[in-house]
Design a protein around this ligand. Structure first.
Ligand SMILES: C[S@@+](CC[C@H](N)C(=O)[O-])C[C@H]1O[C@@H](n2cnc3c(N)ncnc32)[C@H](O)[C@@H]1O
Length: 233
């Protein structure tokens, strides 16, 4: 697939599931308009997005029910975190959690991440997370995978020099696909110190809901850390 064609991809997953619970609907009605990232300007003004000054900007793509995102936000008040998730039921779960806590450093994009990524400034992100993206196992569906050369290139544009992108998957074929795409980019290197690094999640990387399900079903996960090569290095 050509790079331009890849960028024009539409969302392949679901936008809606079963009806929201009362508390979730309340959280969506109250918080979604307040926390949605506005996309009307040419580029997103990151410092203006957050009410309090933050030192870093992080992006989580496809946060599902938001367990990982909420954990990171609670443990890293110094970071302003944007979460992208087109599935409203997942967004509702995150917002219901936010209602119950003091989390103030999260903003939400309830659409495919690509639309928001296009509007983020160059070298603006300190960290990224792509955790258990849909593996689309059938060969005829591989073109639906989030990891494409175009999205690797887009992430390289957005991440600051030496910023880390964490990518997890429980799907062996997608795991190989992800490595192949990041390693063939000259803008990322795979951060590994020990031979089994990629099999260890690490203390500041909590399990996601999808990963827990994979574990219950007997699938092992892998945890990649890709570092954005410094520009001009
Ligand atoms: C397998 S789930 C994993 C969710 C969560 N990260 C976890 O590990 O529990 C993949 C998620 O990616 C979301 N997704 C699919 N395409 C996306 C896109 N283009 N941008 C952002 N999120 C996307 C789906 O709606 C889904 O919630």
């Amino acid at each position: 697939m050509e790079v331009e064609e890849q960028r024009k991809r539409i969302l392949f997953g679901r936008r809606k599931g079963k009806p929201l619970r009362k508390t979730q609907q309340k959280a969506v009605d109250k918080l979604l308009p307040l926390l949605t990232v506005p996309l009307d300007a040419d580029k997103i003004d990151l410092p203006a997005l957050f009410d309090h000054k933050v030192d870093q900007y992080w992006l989580e793509i496809g946060f599902g029910g938001g367990e990982h995102l909420a954990w990171q936000a609670e443990h890293h008040p110094e970071a302003g975190i944007i979460g992208c998730e087109p599935f409203i039921n997942g967004v509702a779960m995150l917002l219901a959690k936010i209602m119950d806590t003091d989390i103030e450093n999260v903003r939400v994009h309830n659409e495919a991440a690509e639309r928001l990524m296009d509007k983020l400034p160059d070298a603006s992100l300190d960290k990224g997370f792509l955790l258990f993206a849909d593996p689309w196992p059938k060969t005829s569906h591989h073109k639906r995978r989030f990891v494409t050369d175009a999205n690797v290139e887009a992430l390289a544009r957005l991440l600051k020099d030496d910023a880390i992108l964490r990518v997890g998957t429980d799907h062996a074929d997608y795991g190989a696909w992800i490595l192949h795409h990041f390693l063939r980019s000259d803008k990322f290197v795979w951060e590994v110190e020990k031979p089994n690094d990629w099999l260890i999640r690490g203390d500041d990387w909590p399990k996601t809901r999808y990963e827990s399900k994979a574990e219950r079903e007997g699938r092992k996960s892998v945890y990649y850390r890709f570092r954005r090569v410094a520009r001009g290095a």
